[in-house]
Design a protein. Structure first.
Length: 266
C-alpha cells in the first residue's frame, strides 16, 4: 500500500506538469523508467514460472515505458518476454556469465545470465559491450546493454548494466561508461539505469551526477534500493535538456535483495 500511495503521488505530479499551459497532445507522454536487480540466480535459484510472472505483472501494472533488469537468467527472460508480448512489449537480453542455477531452456544460450531491457515500443537498434576488468580475474562477467527504443512520440537510448561489486575494476567500469555515455547524452535523450554497486557519495559517480540528472534528485538522503544493508546502489540517470525527472517510487517485491525502483521523466 505504501508503494501505491507513493506511485499515486508521482502520477499526480506528472499530471500537474503536463496539463497547464499547453494542449495534452503538444508534449510527448512521460517516460516511466523501471530498474530492478531480480537476483534471479542466487535469490530465486533460477526458478522461472513464478519469477517471470511476478515481474511481468509488475511491469504491466506500473505501465513502465522501459524496464532495465539485472541478474536475469535467460530462461526467466524468455518467460517474462512471452507474458508481456500480448501487451505490446518487446524485450532484448545480453548474456554476461553463466548462472549455475539457471534452468537450461535452449541450446543457444543455455544457462546464460545477464541483463535485459523491456520496452513498450519498438527496438530500433541495440549494442552490447563487455566491461573491462583489468585488475585481477573477475568472478562474473559484466556487460552493458544499450538499445534505441521508439516509444509514443519520442525515441530514447536506453542503457543498463550491472557493474563489478567493488575495487579498481568497479572504478574502471564506471569511468568507461561515463566516457561513452556523456557525449551521447549531450545531444540526445538517454536513460542509463541499473545496479552500479556504488552509493551516491562515491566519487566515481561525480561525473554521472554532473552530466545527467538522477531520478531521485536527493544525493544526500536518497531512497534506499538495496535491502540487506539499506543503501542506494540502483540508479536511473536521464540526460538533462531531454528528460526531466518528476518523481520516484520503490517497491519491496519479496523476490530479490533489491527494491524495484521507478523513475518518471517528462
Amino acid at each position: 500500500m505504501r508503494f501505491r500511495r507513493v506511485l499515486l503521488s508521482v502520477l499526480a505530479v506528472v499530471a500537474a506538469v503536463l496539463v497547464p499551459g499547453a494542449p495534452a497532445q503538444a508534449a510527448p507522454p512521460a517516460v516511466r523508467a523501471l530498474t530492478f536487480n531480480i537476483c534471479g540466480n542466487v535469490c530465486r535459484h533460477g526458478e522461472v514460472e513464478n519469477t517471470s510472472a511476478n515481474i511481468a505483472y509488475r511491469i504491466y501494472k506500473l505501465r513502465a515505458s522501459v524496464t532495465m533488469l539485472q541478474e536475469v537468467c535467460y530462461s526467466q527472460f524468455l518467460g517474462l518476454r512471452t507474458k508481456l508480448a500480448r501487451y505490446g512489449y518487446q524485450a532484448t537480453f545480453a548474456p554476461a556469465a553463466t548462472g549455475g542455477k539457471c534452468d537450461n531452456y535452449d541450446t543457444k544460450h543455455g544457462r546464460a545470465f545477464g541483463v535485459a531491457i523491456v520496452a513498450r515500443g519498438a527496438f530500433v537498434s541495440r549494442v552490447i559491450y563487455r566491461l573491462p576488468a583489468p585488475y585481477g580475474a573477475s568472478r562474473e562477467g559484466r556487460v552493458v546493454l544499450g538499445a534505441t527504443v521508439r516509444l509514443t512520440r519520442r525515441t530514447v537510448f536506453v542503457v543498463t548494466t550491472h557493474t563489478a561489486t567493488s575495487g579498481p575494476n568497479l572504478a574502471t567500469q564506471l569511468h568507461v561508461l561515463r566516457r561513452w555515455l556523456t557525449p551521447i547524452a549531450a545531444t540526445s535523450p538517454v536513460i542509463f539505469g541499473g545496479d552500479l554497486n556504488s552509493t551516491p557519495q562515491d566519487n566515481a559517480l561525480d561525473g554521472f551526477y554532473s552530466s545527467f540528472t538522477e531520478a531521485n534528485r536527493d544525493r544526500i538522503r536518497p531512497l534506499t534500493t538495496f535491502i540487506p544493508i539499506p543503501r542506494k546502489i540502483d540508479y536511473l540517470f536521464g540526460s538533462p535538456g531531454f528528460l526531466t525527472p518528476v518523481g520516484v517510487a520503490r517497491a519491496y517485491t519479496g523476490y530479490s535483495d533489491h527494491c524495484m525502483y521507478l523513475g518518471v521523466f517528462r
